[in-house]
Ligand binder design. Structure first.
Ligand code: ADP
Ligand code: MG
Length: 146
């Protein structure tokens, strides 16, 4: 079942993301679905703040698809596949290696671009633009927030 939340500011979206982060233990994969400007990177900033990372440190990865952060014994990976054209063998191999790491928490923007190699055990987040500052957020499974 979905839990749906409407936020009215980027800060509020970050708060939701932070509570998901509080409830998340490695290994975990969080897939962020939504159009450009829906708030996927904003969500990631909020999520990462729980691990002591600063908002300005979190930028969408562009050419390499990934940014990696060390937080104590954990690794936080932030992927953005908006610009990926094809999943070649090298990328597939690297991703499969990262997706099976026990110490990783992984956030993925544009997961639909690599759907065929995403593990089924993951959390999906849908962000939808409703109005200027309004976003609808659905998290599945939603248990993490209760
Ligand atoms: P994406 O990564 O999905 O393309 P971004 O997070 O980069 O989206 O951009 C979202 C933009 O929308 C930011 O400029 C942010 O400040 C703005 N925004 C306005 N209201 C909200 C909200 N409620 N939640 C998230 N972002 C919002
Ligand atoms: Mg983004």
């Amino acid at each position: 079942m979905n839990r749906s939340i409407t936020t009215t500011s980027p800060e509020q979206t970050q708060d939701i993301a932070r509570s998901l982060a509080e409830a998340t233990k490695a290994p975990a994969i969080i897939c962020l679905y939504g159009d450009l400007g829906a708030g996927k990177t904003t969500f990631t900033k909020g999520f990462a703040s729980h691990f002591g990372l600063e908002e300005k440190d979190i930028k969408s990865p562009t050419y390499t698809f990934v940014r990696e952060y060390e937080v104590g014994k954990l690794k936080l990976f932030h992927f953005d596949f908006y610009r990926i054209e094809a999943i070649d063998e090298l990328i597939q191999h690297d991703l499969e290696e990262i997706f099976t790491r026990k110490d990783a928490i992984i956030l993925v923007e544009w997961p639909e671009r690599i759907e065929e190699i995403l593990p089924s055990k993951r959390t999906n987040v849908w962000l939808e633009h409703v109005g200027d500052n309004q976003r609808n957020i659905k998290i599945m499974p939603p248990d993490e927030l209760s």
